[in-house]
Design a protein around this ligand. Structure first.
Ligand SMILES: Cc1cc2nc3c(=O)[nH]c(=O)nc-3n(C[C@H](O)[C@H](O)[C@H](O)COP(=O)(O)OP(=O)(O)OC[C@H]3O[C@@H](n4cnc5c(N)ncnc54)[C@H](O)[C@@H]3O)c2cc1C
Length: 386
């Protein structure tokens, strides 16, 4: 491991966990690093091709069991997220949305028929999924959603719009959350159903190597069995978010680590005032503080992973991890940028790309403020937001 493993965390991982991490790191080195700056600049990414490659390695729905999924531990899944996001947050988003949001929703709440239909194809990357919870007017407050599903004979008819949906323009199936007379319910919606349109959201200054879209549902008629039978109420989509947030706890640190590795190499090789930047005390203070935050975040992620593997991880603990690790990763990326000087704003280096990506990561899957409120509720017993 690198100098950044200040606490010797490596031996705390099992042989299998280290192997999975190293395989994903190699994939990122071979298939992502040589191209990602260009994908980012052009705002285009070969998502389908990458999904198939990720599928071959068992990275899609990797922590799920059966239906072609790898059944890996939560820690192994977290390590994979860390390596993917060291490449780019957009690629970790592709894997998170596919595995932790769309596949998990079907795996946890779907009928046997829905699982057989979608999960094996999603595990190989042949089918792409997305997860539609956010709406144009309802983000942090999904309980106010206005997308509606009404019964018409045996069928369901869905009307509404979902906004900021990762993978929507390339998806084969969308898990759509809608209000019914009985409360919030989930639906597996094939994207080629008449009345479904997905428009790509352009001009993003963040997560440019990820496809994001708006889904409009215009009287979309679905058979009765499109409903996810086990998903009752808002706690169903929220449980999916807990899965994805867990991946972000690890993933965000991958982006931070990549920034710090880049910056260490830069600061030791660039000379000003007759000595390397890394030889100045102010630079060392920055580097030390960032490395300390990185290993603290990794310890936290590993602890949460072990709790998850023991079946004891609670949602507010995931909020602690997402709040801290994304906030610190973003602070690290911004601080690294200062050490690179003018080169810090150049696409020749990954630092500004990671920093820009982390702005989205700070916002999606519950903003920092929402996670503060979740932790605040746990501390005080008072809900300040519901
Ligand atoms: C690139 C990208 C990809 C995304 N992918 C998906 C996806 O695949 N599926 C999906 O469903 N959604 C997705 N989202 C949407 C994301 O989850 C929402 O943007 C997020 O939940 C915040 O909602 P909002 O943008 O509507 O902000 P708002 O809810 O309008 O919040 C705006 C600001 O107000 C603050 N705020 C809101 N309520 C409170 C409160 N009670 N107290 C204090 N502060 C508050 C927020 O923290 C935030 O700072 C994605 C977003 C992005 C940027």
């Amino acid at each position: 491991m690198t100098a950044l493993d200040l606490l010797d965390l490596d031996p705390s991982l099992s042989e299998e966990e280290r192997q999975i991490r190293d395989v994903v790191r190699q994939l990122v080195d071979d298939r992502v690093r040589p191209h990602v700056a260009e994908w980012y600049e052009e705002g285009r990414v070969p998502a389908r091709e990458l999904a198939r490659e990720f599928g071959k390695l068992g990275l899609l729905g990797m922590h799920l069991t059966g239906y072609g999924c790898a059944g890996a531990s939560a820690v192994a899944y977290g390590l994979a997220c860390q390596e993917l996001e060291a490449g780019d947050s957009g690629l970790r988003s592709l894997v998170s949305v596919q595995g932790s949001l769309a596949m998990y929703a079907i795996w946890r709440y779907g009928s046997e028929e829905q699982k057989q239909r979608w999960l094996p194809a999603m595990a190989t990357g042949e089918a792409i999924g997305c997860f539609g919870l956010t709406e144009p007017d309802h983000g942090s407050d999904p309980a106010s959603m206005t997308t509606r599903a009404r019964r018409d004979g045996d069928d369901w008819v869905l009307t509404g719009a979902k906004m900021w949906i990762t993978n929507a323009p390339i998806a084969d199936v969308a898990v759509i959350w809608a209000r019914t007379d009985e409360g919030v319910s989930g639906f597996a919606v094939p994207m080629d159903t008449p009345g479904v349109t997905a428009r790509e959201i352009g001009r993003k200054m963040s997560l440019r190597a990820s496809v994001t879209g708006e889904i409009v549902l215009d009287d979309v008629r679905l058979p009765g069995d499109a409903q996810l039978p086990e998903a009752v109420g808002l706690k169903a989509p929220l449980s999916c978010l807990t899965e994805a947030r867990y991946g972000i706890v690890w993933g965000s640190l991958g982006a931070a680590r990549d920034c710090l590795e880049t910056t260490l190499a830069y600061a030791t090789s660039r000379t000003q005032f007759g000595r390397p930047l890394a030889g100045f005390q102010l630079t060392q203070a920055k580097l030390a503080d960032m490395a300390v935050e990185l290993v603290k975040g990794q310890l936290l992620a590993l602890h949460l992973g072990r709790l998850a593997d023991g079946g004891r991880l609670r949602p507010e603990q995931v909020s602690v991890g997402k709040l801290n690790n994304v906030r610190e990763a973003l602070a690290i990326a911004r601080q690294c940028r200062t050490i690179l000087g003018a080169n810090g704003v150049s696409g020749e280096y990954p630092v500004m790309r990671h920093a820009n990506n982390l702005e989205s990561v700070l916002t999606y899957e519950g903003t920092s403020e929402i996670h503060q409120l979740v932790v605040g509720q746990r501390l005080t017993g008072l809900s300040a937001f519901a």
